[in-house]
Design a protein around this ligand. Structure first.
Ligand SMILES: NC(=O)c1ccc[n+]([C@@H]2O[C@H](COP(=O)([O-])OP(=O)(O)OC[C@H]3O[C@@H](n4cnc5c(N)ncnc54)[C@H](OP(=O)(O)O)[C@@H]3O)[C@@H](O)[C@H]2O)c1
Length: 261
């Protein structure tokens, strides 16, 4: 099978990003995989090249560093990028008052500024060719009040709102724009965030492979927005609309307190 054009995945060294890379390689896309942990990326590149005979370019990059987005674009702009997936992101499960300002700024930068800047850089080229897919990985937290994740949830709300609007600007351009919202997914996210999932969170959690497959399905179907499961859709769109936010926030707060106080 011959390889197609190129896809870029940020945050490909673990979790959902690694599975997105595996799935796209399985569809014969050449890949640019980006993250800070070089060894992980190199291992993944080896695996994908040998299993699927695709080209894989590893870019070891801290997207929080000044000029990182321009550097990534400069290194890849000649590759005819067809797919951009802004997946890199992190959150901290902590009381806002106890969170350092540096951490808050980093969450805001990685989850909002970086995807916005990368989208603008690659979109211009996609508009010239009249084709391409952009997918933002937001979160179910963008729909609901999640105490202890106030900044994280707000950054994902930004990403979802930005995406839901950009989708309409891009209609009839040939470039599609999707925002995909995972719910609890078994990845390193919770180790990084410092959250231990409680029983009811664990039982509804999904594997990163399932979530990646659903994200790609939504993206290739050119959906404006999607959630990763029926339960997540029901929680975000039905419970989130019809149940008062104060009840939802107090329910989540009760679970958060179990692991924090
Ligand atoms: N897991 C969930 O339950 C869940 C739910 C909703 C939404 N999400 C979203 O899904 C996306 C993927 O998260 P995940 O669950 O797969 O978590 P994960 O396993 O922790 O993966 C996060 C990825 O982001 C990369 N990353 C973090 N900081 C970076 C930086 N400064 N520069 C470059 N790359 C960086 C990490 O790589 P390095 O550490 O190697 O840099 C890693 O590859 C995130 O946007 C997250 O907010 C996750």
């Amino acid at each position: 099978m011959t390889s197609k054009t190129w896809a870029i995945i940020t945050g490909a060294s673990s979790g959902i990003g690694t599975e997105l890379a595996r799935e796209l390689a399985g569809l014969s896309y050449n890949l640019v995989i980006v993250a800070r942990r070089e060894e992980r990326l190199n291992q993944l590149a080896l695996e994908l090249k040998s299993k699927y005979s695709v080209k894989v370019q590893v870019i070891t990059l801290d997207l929080l560093k000044d000029g990182a987005c321009e550097r990534l674009y400069a290194e890849t702009k000649d590759l005819n990028i067809e797919i951009l997936i802004n997946n890199a992101g992190f959150g901290l499960c902590k009381k806002f008052a106890d969170t350092s300002m540096d951490s808050i700024k980093n969450i805001m930068k990685l989850n909002m500024e970086v995807p916005t800047e990368l989208t603008r850089l690659y979109l211009k080229d996609m508009l010239k060719t009249g084709s391409g897919y952009i997918c933002q990985i937001a979160s179910i937290a963008s729909y609901l009040p999640v105490p202890y994740y106030s900044v994280y949830g707000a950054t994902k709300s930004y990403l979802r709102h930005f995406s839901n609007t950009l989708y309409y600007e891009l209609k009839n351009t040939g470039v599609s724009h999707t925002v995909f919202n995972p719910g609890f997914t078994r990845t390193e996210f919770f180790d990084v965030a410092g959250q231990k999932l409680v029983f009811n969170q664990n039982i509804i959690s999904q594997s990163s492979n399932t979530v990646a497959k659903r994200a790609l399905k939504a993206m290739f179907r050119k959906k404006r927005s999607a959630l990763s499961s029926f339960i997540n859709w029901y929680t975000a769109c039905v419970i989130g609309t019809f149940i008062p936010k104060t009840l939802i926030a107090n329910f989540v707060l009760r679970d958060m307190k179990k692991t924090h106080e």
